[in-house]
Design a protein around this ligand. Structure first.
Ligand SMILES: [Zn+2]
Length: 183
């Protein structure tokens, strides 16, 4: 809506958003930062920024257009440098993000987030659930009736899958309900 007020959650330059990243230059050069708009849990329209691989920019931009149209609430979308590259802190704050040069939690394998090929949306409503029942972020619950929650068959999940992405809710384990990736 043209005249609707928008709340700016993030307004960084590209240089600000990658400062201090451990990623090699060729990875940095493959990234693109896009502005996305969405309704947050306060019911108001917000603008944030997401850093993704440049080849996936259109997918994410268009999926966020769908997210906004459906008024599927998204907490906030802020490049993870705002959390000193700490995924745990970003998740605990229910932040949605893409690029982060890091290993998969509990392994020494680089995550697809390292190449901007994965995005996480609403980790508090869509936590990771590890085999022994451990949940991250701590204290989060996965309840399908909660607004902002993904499930198999949800139109947003289907849109990702239609575009060749994989949803972490379909992973064997851990179940990573906020995670989408495209190789
Ligand atoms: Zn993820």
């Amino acid at each position: 809506m043209p005249n609707e007020e928008i709340i700016i959650d993030s307004d960084m330059s590209f240089a600000e958003a990658i400062e201090g990243s451990a990623a090699p230059l060729e990875v940095i050069d493959s990234l693109s930062m896009i502005d996305v708009t969405y309704y947050s849990f306060d019911g108001l329209r917000h603008q944030g920024q997401m850093m993704v691989n440049a080849t996936l920019e259109d997918d994410i931009y268009e999926i966020f257009q769908m997210i906004e149209k459906l008024k599927f609430p998204v907490g906030k979308v802020i490049p993870i440098i705002a959390y000193n590259w700490e995924d745990g802190d970003s998740m605990a704050d229910n932040n949605s993000s893409g690029f982060n040069f890091r290993v998969i939690e509990g392994t020494n394998k680089l995550s697809l987030h390292s190449f901007g090929r994965a995005v996480d949306i609403n980790p508090v409503q869509n936590p990771v659930i590890y085999p022994a029942g451990i949940i991250a972020p701590a204290g989060a619950t996965y309840r399908l009736k909660n607004n902002g929650t993904f499930a198999a068959g949800h139109p947003i999940v289907q849109e990702f899958i239609k575009r060749g992405w994989h949803w972490g809710g379909n992973f064997e384990q851990p179940k990573d309900y906020h995670h989408f990736e495209k190789t």
